[in-house]
Design a protein around this ligand. Structure first.
Ligand code: DAK
Length: 254
């Protein structure tokens, strides 16, 4: 992989570090394809139970690669590899924690919104500046941003292109926590490690159910949730047994 670094700080946690520092981690097509490939690997490996996506201190990601845009003989947005990669990121079933330091702009901000938990470093800046190049957040941003922060704040960000700081992002619901900048990745890894201790079946089901609340009308999602009354797994039995026996559960993902 040329544009990302994939590591395993722990057997159950995959860390994907975006690695185009000179371009502020702009999301070139190649970088997106590599992220999607790493996530497919993570999906296929039972041992991986959570993923952390990070950038560097100056930039999580400055968004779509603006310099790639004129090279394309069709609208760059519509290229199949790009669209497929975003779809893979969107459909990744295991929990993803984003460790956001520096700029998270445009597609970079959209990538944070596709993550399940966002930890913002104190120096993080979130923004949707596409309006400055007469475009818009077209990889899900115009739809996910208002769902995350409400209409008027989304309009403010998208129509002015002005970024918001980490504390504001946290207050508005774009981030779950603010961490010291130099501890952001560590904090995200801690959270991922905690999730990795849980039953992977339960973790993936929780992710799917919470995402369902954004996608379906309430009556439909509640009735789907009700169908899970039949939920029965070995992990669930183990969780109950461990509670009764006052010991730590050992979840096997069955
Ligand atoms: N793409 C390519 N290169 C970028 C980049 C980007 N998005 N952002 C920064 N860089 C590069 C700069 O060109 C510069 O490279 P060199 O000149 O050194 O070769 C290097 O990173 C450092 O940038 P600066 O010199 O500008 O550094 P500053 O600290 O002064 O400023 C900045 C940092 C991040 C505030 C600034 O670079 C900036 O404003 N960057 C652009 C951010 C942006 O506009 N992001 C949104 C991109 S558009 C769709 C429609 C639209 C979209 C998607 C879908 N559909 C219709 C489906 C658009 C999505 C986007 O994300």
């Amino acid at each position: 992989m040329k544009n990302i670094i994939v590591s395993r700080p722990q057997p159950a946690v995959m860390l994907i570090t975006l690695n185009r520092p000179k371009a502020f981690n702009a999301l070139s097509k190649a970088l997106l394809v590599e992220v999607a490939t790493a996530l497919k690997d993570a999906e296929g490996e039972d041992e991986v139970r959570a993923v952390v996506i990070a950038g560097n201190e100056r930039a999580f990601s400055a968004g779509a690669d603006i310099k790639e845009m004129p090279e394309s003989d069709m609208p760059m947005w519509a290229e199949a590899d790009r669209l497929k990669s975003w779809k893979t990121i969107e459909g990744f079933p295991k929990p993803v924690v984003a460790a956001v330091t520096g700029w998270a702009l445009g597609g970079g901000c959209e990538l944070t919104m596709l993550s399940d938990i966002v930890i913002a470093g104190e120096n993080a800046r979130f923004g949707t500046p596409e309006v400055n190049i007469a475009a818009f957040s077209g990889d899900g941003g115009t739809q996910r941003l208002p769902r995350a922060i409400g209409k008027t704040r989304a309009m403010l960000m998208a129509l002015t292109g002005e970024p918001i700081d980490a504390r504001t992002a946290c207050d508005w619901g774009l981030a779950a926590e603010v961490a010291p900048t130099d501890r952001t990745v560590e904090r995200a890894l801690e959270i991922a490690a905690k999730i990795a201790e849980m039953s992977p079946l339960a973790a993936q089901m929780i992710k799917a159910e919470i995402l369902m609340s954004y996608e379906k009308p309430l009556d439909e999602s509640l009735s789907l949730e009700r169908k899970l009354l039949l939920w029965q797994t070995e992990d669930h039995d183990e969780g109950i047994a461990a509670f009764v026996e006052k010991r730590k559960p050992e979840f096997k993902g069955r």
